[in-house]
Structures are given as C-alpha cells and as structure tokens.
Design a protein around this ligand. Structure first.
Ligand SMILES: C[S@@+](CC[C@H](N)C(=O)[O-])C[C@H]1O[C@@H](n2cnc3c(N)ncnc32)[C@H](O)[C@@H]1O
Length: 509
C-alpha cells in the first residue's frame, strides 16, 4: 500500500547539495516492500543493505519477516556516521543496528557472502568522484568483470558489481537505481558481464505518475538478479500505480492471471540487451535504416565563455565589430520555437535583446583586425579569459570552434520537446543543440530527409536511443542520434533508400 514518507527530500540549496555528495535519496516504503518480497522469499537467515541510509530496507525487512514468521539477521553498511542516529529516529533499535559498519562497501567490502542483498546505492556521477577514487574503482571493476568499464560510470555502477560479487550461490539482489545504468556508454560491457554470470529475473520500470522519486529528475528502475545460471528470458514490468500489491505477488512467484496496475512482458534477453533494458520491448529491432545512413551528427559550438563571445547585434554594433567577423548563432533551446527556424526568428530574438551573434575572427592576424576589435580582445585578456579552462587550450585563445551551417538542428534534451528543427535562418548552434548534416547537399534530398525526421513516428523512436530522465524527459547524444531508427515505409515513401544503397551492398558482401 502507498505510505507517506517520514523523510522528505530538501528541494534545493546547500542541504540538497550535501545529499548529492553522499548520494542520499531514500526509497519510499511501497517500493521497498516490493524489493524486500523478492530478496526474502526463500526466508534467508541474513540480509545485507550496503547503503543503509536511514534504514528504509531494514524496516521493510522486519515487516516482512514478522509477517512470514521467520528470524532474520540484518547487516548494514554506510560511509556516513550520521545515518545511524537517523536510522534510530526512524524506528530501528540497537539490536537491529548491531551489525551496521561505517565502511566503504565498494573498496572495503565485507568478507562473507550474503543470501539476500537489497540496495539503493549512492547515486554519484563520475564527475563528482575524485581522480584517485575513479582509478581505484576502475581497477576493481576490471578485476571483477575482466572488462574495461568506461570511466563515465558513476559510483552506482561499481556498487552493483560489488553487490553481485557479494551474493552467495542462489542469493538474490534487489537494486533500485537510475536508468542510466542501462543506457550509459559503459552499459554494454556491464550488462554483457552480468547476463553471462547471473540470472536476471526482472526489471521494473515506472510510469511517470508512479515514479518512486517524484522530486528527483531521474528515471528509476528496480533490478532483480539472482546468483544462478543465466536464463534466456526475464520479466520486464512497467509499474503504473504507486502500489506494491501486484508487484509483490509477481516477484514472489505468485503470478496472477491478469493485472490492473502493472504491465508484464516476458522478454528475450537478446532483444532486451539490443534495445536497452530500460526501454519497452522493441517491435522493430530489425528496421533497415538509421539516421546515420543519411546524415552525420555533431554537437553545437562550445564557446568557453558565452558572455564574451556571444552577443546581441546591438552590442556588436556598439563595440564596432563588423558583420564579417560575426557568425549568426542560436544559443538557447528556448530561443527556438516549433520546428522551423527562420530569418524572422533571428530578428525576433534581436528585437527581444537576445544574443544572436558569435565572434569569429579565425584566420585574421591580430594586427590586421580593426582597432576596435583588437581593443575588445585586449579587454577580454585583461579579464583573464585566456586562463579559463577550455579557452586556454586554444591558440590563439580567442579562436572559435567552427561548424558549417547545419540545414537541420536537433533539440536533444527536454520533456517531450526533443525534436528536429529545419534551419532556414542559416545559423550555427551553440552547445544547446545538435547539428545534423545530411550526407548529400541537394535541396531535394534535404527536404525528403526533413519529412522523415519531422514525422511523429520517427520522433517516437527517440526513446529507443535516448537516455531517459524523470517525467518522460529524454537526452540524446550525437552518436546515439545517428543510431535513430527511421521507419522503413517513410524512408521508401520519400525515395531515400537509393542513397543508402552503398551500405546495403557492403553488408551484403
Ligand atoms: C541513496 S542512499 C540509500 C539509503 C537507503 N538504503 C534507502 O534506500 O533509502 C545511499 C546511501 O549510501 C551511502 N554511501 C555513499 N557511499 C557509500 C559507500 N562507498 N559505501 C557505503 N555506503 C555509501 C550514503 O551515505 C547514503 O546513505
């Protein structure tokens, strides 16, 4: 049953930042009950929660053991000494907490194995880990899996590897985690390892109205994994309501004939790994064409300092910077409305005082620049710009990244707003948008490709290649966008297949 949470997440500010550093986000009781029902169904003697926090899972496990009448010894870990006090306040007693150690679970793991492990790991992304920590974690992952796990993996990825290693034979792990564990660049190597060594029993995804973490911008998954021989298929479940009853029955192998609050798909592991474990089953994994057959994708320009390099046309005039040293650009996703970006839109932004001009003096020697532009650059130098992180790698420091004008742009991040945009204003985008370069420059080809890209069926395929965030938001990186499946019938209707012939011939050979 849904329950109210005693611990609310601070919405913002320092308190929230401190939580982020330690990766502390508490699991709600209704989700903890589902996870507990999975790991405790064989009535094991011992349970480990390696990231205890305020003890949500200990309380759920006590409820379960009481209800099913068996003795259970609780073991816990956390690196934050303050959690013990908080766990006491949440209703746990000294006896419950006697096996809790304040130690790092990944780098200083327990020596014994456990028949049941349950965790909501610290969600700490890679850029919040120190270089030294990262090196130790990568070395550990390599030793454990025999594979190189990409350095962009966060702590929650290493935690999963350690948790699996700590399972006794036939032991069960329930793990609640952000969907990026199945979507990041490291995901392929990680899941190849897991699925060759362990049995994936189920993956639970949540509809946005049933998300366990409504205040956090993340798409959560629950992974249920057993230390047993791998199987060829598993249950992929979508949870539609914040209610634990049907899921609890399902994960404890008491299947019902029909469900109202969950959708259950029996999926082949091979299909799910190709589609991505966080995504619903794919009906057309065998589509023939992807965007990469017809276009290449690049991120927009990173200026290193928008305040200095990206300006309104009024400011450019005021500073005496001639049009020949400026490139028309768009700097903010919100500045582009709808699916077309036209010269009138640039005018609209100019009228509103939004920046639309990017300084680009590449190829002109300093001495040959107009005096006022030399002065502008000298002022930038006096402000210390040449020492800024990215800028200091450029020679001269004011050299700008270059992009050809992309006929099509892509808004890659957003809540239902990820979309292609026809660039009829000949702007280059800053890093807020991606550049899509059709492989042929004829206007007819570009128009046909545009028709395919703006079709809702194509847009709905974005979820197959993007990373999911809370509330249906999605983010698509350049390489993933090139893998976007284009519906075969649309490609044919627009007569594009002839342009992909070269690829088919190569495949055929
Ligand atoms: C997301 S919270 C989960 C708390 C609780 N189990 C729950 O589900 O509500 C993660 C916890 O892991 C702890 N933690 C962070 N790094 C850790 C590490 N290396 N080893 C053990 N615990 C760690 C944090 O202090 C935090 O309390």
């Amino acid at each position: 049953m849904p329950t109210t949470q005693p611990y609310k997440l601070p919405r913002a500010g320092l308190e929230r930042e401190a939580l982020r550093k330690k990766g502390q986000f508490w699991t709600p009781d209704w989700t903890a009950d589902i996870m507990t029902a999975y790991v405790l169904q064989d009535k094991p003697l011992r349970l480990l929660d390696p990231a205890l926090g305020v003890g949500v899972f200990f309380r759920a496990a006590k409820r379960y053991a009481r209800l099913h009448d068996f003795d259970l010894e609780l073991f816990g870990r956390d690196i934050d000494p303050e959690v013990i006090g908080q766990a006491r306040m949440s209703g746990l007693n000294d006896d419950d907490l006697r096996n809790v150690e304040i130690r790092d679970f990944v780098l200083d793991p327990p020596s014994e194995l456990f028949p049941a492990i349950i965790a909501n790991p610290p969600y700490i992304r890679h850029h919040r880990l120190s270089q030294a920590q990262k090196e130790l974690l990568r070395e550990f992952a390599h030793k454990a899996t025999g594979r190189r796990i990409d350095g962009r993996a966060g702590l929650h990825v290493y935690f999963l590897i350690r948790a699996l290693q700590s399972l006794a034979p036939e032991g069960r792990l329930a793990y609640i985690v952000s969907a990026d564990i199945c979507e990041g660049v490291f995901a392929h190597a990680l899941w190849q390892w897991i699925c060759s060594q362990y049995r994936l029993d189920a993956v639970i995804a949540f509809a946005s109205k049933a998300t366990p973490f409504p205040d956090v911008d993340t798409n959560a998954l629950v992974l249920l994994i057993r230390n047993a021989r791998p199987a060829a298929d598993f249950d992929w479940v979508q949870c539609l309501d914040r209610d634990s009853r049907e899921l609890t029955a399902l994960v404890s192998e008491r299947q019902q004939k029909s469900y109202t609050g969950i959708h259950v798909h029996r999926r082949l592991l091979s299909e799910a790994l190709a589609t991505g474990l966080s995504r619903p089953p794919s009906d057309n994994t065998k589509h023939q064409y992807t965007l990469g057959d017809f276009a290449s994708v690049m991120r927009g320009i990173v200026t290193g300092n928008n305040d200095f390099f990206f300006m309104t046309s009024a400011r450019a005039k005021e500073q005496g910077i001639p049009d020949t040293l400026l490139v028309k650009a768009v700097g903010r996703m919100r500045d582009v409305q709808g699916e077309y970006f036209d010269p009138e839109d640039v005018q609209r932004l100019d009228d509103k005082g939004r920046p639309t001009r990017l300084l680009n003096v590449n190829g002109v020697l300093f001495d040959q620049l107009p005096m006022r532009v030399q002065k502008y650059l000298e002022d930038g130098e006096a402000k210390g710009l040449p020492n800024k992180t990215l800028i200091k790698t450029r020679k001269p420091w004011y050299r700008m990244e270059v992009r050809k004008i992309p006929p099509i742009l892509f808004a890659y991040l957003g809540r239902r707003s990820a979309r292609f945009i026809r660039n009829r204003a000949d702007v280059v985008p800053l890093t807020c948008l991606l550049c899509v370069y059709p492989r042929h420059s004829s206007p007819e080809f570009i128009e046909h490709l545009w028709k395919v890209l703006s079709n809702p069926e194509t847009i709905s395929n974005l979820k197959k290649v993007g990373k999911s965030y809370g509330g249906d938001a999605i983010k698509v990186e350049p390489r993933s966008l090139e893998r976007l499946p284009l519906p075969d019938d649309l490609v044919r209707a627009e007569g594009l297949e002839q342009y992909a012939e070269a690829k088919q011939a190569t495949l055929f050979e």
